[in-house]
Design a protein around this ligand. Structure first.
Ligand SMILES: [Fe+2]
Ligand SMILES: [Fe+2]
Length: 227
């Protein structure tokens, strides 16, 4: 990673050059072997999950950097924790995950459990990184206005790292194809994040982070990588 304390705010392109092209591969291959064994088949079966995870890791570290931290160790841990935010999806029923628009209420509850399942898995590994990763996994679907899950936490009761990941998670999901929608371009995704649509409302995001996201929109768009 570049020396941010000396150079001040680096650009998204500089961060990209420092982290990529093999950032995701490096993080995944450095995981404890027992964890890698559990998740690798799903990551191979679902390259979209692998790319989504990597993008959210890169974008989250960049947004954390934009928020003004000088602690490059924290930014590196945030990137690695963010990359694991959806790890609980590897424990879900793949048939339910592929249903798209036809999901039932019970299916939704099952899908929504991925945060807690991921946190439980990551907590077993101990250490600062996995404690942070468990926090992020468990809270990345909380919303600033309390409309999120699993706990319906409000505002700063949601850990900062999870607030950062939540915003980057939604951006990447908008840019990527899903069973229920096509991939949107950067401008379209930014319009939805800033103005809302039927699924997304700006009130669900930390307003300070949302302002940074808007201010650094060009870099955010440059950091995104399609599958
Ligand atoms: Fe998620
Ligand atoms: Fe996600």
């Amino acid at each position: 990673m570049p020396d941010r304390s000396r150079n001040g705010l680096i650009s998204g392109q500089e961060l990209y050059a420092a982290l990529l092209p093999d950032f995701g591969d490096r993080v995944f291959s450095a995981l404890p072997p027992s964890l890698l064994r559990q998740i690798e088949p799903n990551l191979i079966d679902d390259p979209g999950l692998r790319q989504h995870s990597t993008n959210v890791g890169v974008l989250s570290s960049f947004l954390g950097h934009c928020a003004g931290t000088q602690d490059s160790g924290w930014l590196d841990r945030l990137a690695e924790a963010a990359i694991l935010h959806d790890i609980g999806k590897t424990r879900l029923d793949p048939i339910v995950l592929r249903k798209g628009r036809d999901v039932t209420r019970a299916d939704m509850d099952h899908i929504r459990s991925h945060g807690i399942l991921g946190a439980e898995l990551l907590e077993t590994y101990g250490g600062d990184l996995y404690a942070l990763a468990a926090t992020v996994a468990g809270h990345h679907h909380e919303a600033h206005d309390g409309s999120g899950y699993p706990q319906g936490l409000i505002g700063e009761a949601i850990p900062e790292e999870a607030r950062i990941v939540a915003l980057c998670d939604v951006y990447d999901a908008l840019r990527s194809p899903r069973t229920y929608k096509p991939a949107f371009g950067h401008d379209h995704a930014m319009r939805i994040i800033l103005n809302g649509d039927t699924r997304t409302r700006p009130q669900q995001f930390d307003p300070y982070l949302l302002g940074l996201f808007k201010r650094h929109s060009d870099d955010i768009g440059a950091l995104y990588r399609a599958e």
